[in-house]
Design a protein around this ligand. Structure first.
Ligand code: LLP
Length: 395
């Protein structure tokens, strides 16, 4: 994105700020569809990656459904214009209240995470898919791996067999689901997982309306070409999935919005000691927690044209882990310069917190011409209001 847009956004809306390039979201959707085009498929956007309603509406306009993991995500999907028939419900440990809400909504499908969850439906009718845990190593960060037997998600094949055998007649099993992890760049784990599911489907002789293979497509955070092998996916995984002879559903999150989002912040201090240089930003782990939580790499660009230096880049939170990058080569900044953190459009704002009473940043979309404020910056009063009794101004 053109530098001038970052300057414009920062001066109009202040920093820190999430800025989204709508053109990039469109390009990503096209790339995904192009990869899958020889398949009977439908994509559902994993809202946990980004649940801004303006972006959801934008994504929906490309014929994409929604994958919701909470009642609030579900409500946000409805608000953004998705019909229940376009929404898949995910999540483990659903409460009875959550399930009642979903059942009354009659969504496309509720993905059931466990044998225990089946009992929670009572005698209510619903369309369900069983979430299979195929025990496959997705070769990604352990915190974002979900398809290994030690992970809390889904059920193993033996349990699934038992569930299918004893399924009450009020529940209609329309599909199977699996999601083995996130930020996956190789196709082998997918092949391994899908082959074992294919064998299971054949051995059980079950008729399904679809197979939902989840998300997990990785992106190129380091700009070194390490990303989901789309070419391999198209040449090897897609033909394999075609042989299943049923529609294949995808729940893509990161792949759709990550590279379209930037966390635009300002340098507040350049601090040097005899050992290290530190560059401190007005953004922090409260705005983007991925580096602190997963040691995740995000490119950071200082918008000036000066010399370079090596520095740790951190935020304004009182915690040593509030570091965006260690020993990173960057342009030597001056306080007030903009620092732009790349690939922050997925699991950025949606994981933001109020730690240190940080206020959640504003969100702005760029449509190729104009900037559109799509979420206001949080204000101190928004937080305080939650602590006030009705009519009480002094808690
Ligand atoms: N479907 C299910 C059932 C999921 O659990 C997830 C992500 C997705 C789809 C979407 O996966 P994606 O296409 O975005 O990889 N906060 C972490 C990522 C956690 C992903 C959790 N599940 C991060 O910032 O890397």
């Amino acid at each position: 994105m053109n530098r001038e847009i970052f300057f414009r956004a920062a001066s109009e809306y202040g920093t820190p700020l999430y800025l989204y390039d709508l053109g990039e979201i469109e390009r990503r959707i096209k790339r995904a569809k192009d990869t899958l085009k020889s398949l009977d498929f439908k994509i559902f956007f994993a809202m946990k990656a980004n649940s801004n309603p303006y972006l959801l509406k934008f994504i929906h306009a490309y014929g994409i459904g929604a994958d919701a993991v909470s009642v609030n995500e579900y409500k946000m999907a409805l608000f953004a214009g998705f019909n229940p028939g376009e929404i898949i419900v995910n999540g483990n440990g659903k409460s009875l209240e959550d399930l009642e809400f979903y059942i009354a909504q009659n969504p496309l499908c509720i993905n059931v995470d466990s044998k225990e969850e089946i009992a929670k439906f009572g005698n209510k009718s619903a369309k369900i898919a069983l979430r299979i845990n195929p025990d496959v190593n997705p070769q990604t960060h352990p915190h974002i791996s979900t398809g290994l037997k030690e992970n809390k998600f889904g059920m193993d094949f033996e349990t699934a067999k038992e569930v299918i055998k004893t399924l009450p007649s009020n529940l209609k099993m329309v599909g199977l689901h699996c999601h083995i992890g996130s930020q996956i760049t190789k196709i082998d784990p997918f092949i391994e997982a899908f082959s074992s599911i294919e064998k299971f489907v054949r051995s059980q002789g079950i008729k399904l309306e679809f197979l939902n293979v989840g998300g997990g497509w990785g992106i190129d955070y380091k700009k070194d070409g390490t990303e989901m092998d789309l070419d391999g996916y198209r040449k090897i995984v897609v033909p394999f999935l075609s042989t299943l002879d049923m529609p294949i559903y995808f729940e893509l999150g990161r792949f759709i919005t990550a590279s379209a989002g930037y966390l635009v912040s300002k340098v507040t201090e350049v601090k040097r000691n005899s050992y290290k240089n530190f560059v401190i930003l007005d953004a922090s782990m409260a705005d983007l927690i991925r580096p602190a939580l997963y040691d995740a790499y995000h490119e950071i660009e200082i918008l000036n044209d000066g010399e370079e230096m090596i520095a740790d880049i951190g935020g304004r939170i009182c915690e040593s882990g509030d570091i965006f990058a260690r020993s990173r080569k960057i342009k030597i900044p001056n306080p007030g310069d903009l620092a732009v953190i790349h690939d922050a459009g997925s699991y950025g704002y949606s994981m933001a917190s109020n730690y240190n009473l940080s206020l959640k940043p504003a969100e702005v979309a760029f449509d190729g011409e104009k900037l559109i404020l799509i979420r206001k910056r949080e204000e101190f009063e928004d937080i305080l209001n939650l602590c006030l009794e009705d009519e009480d101004e002094n808690i």
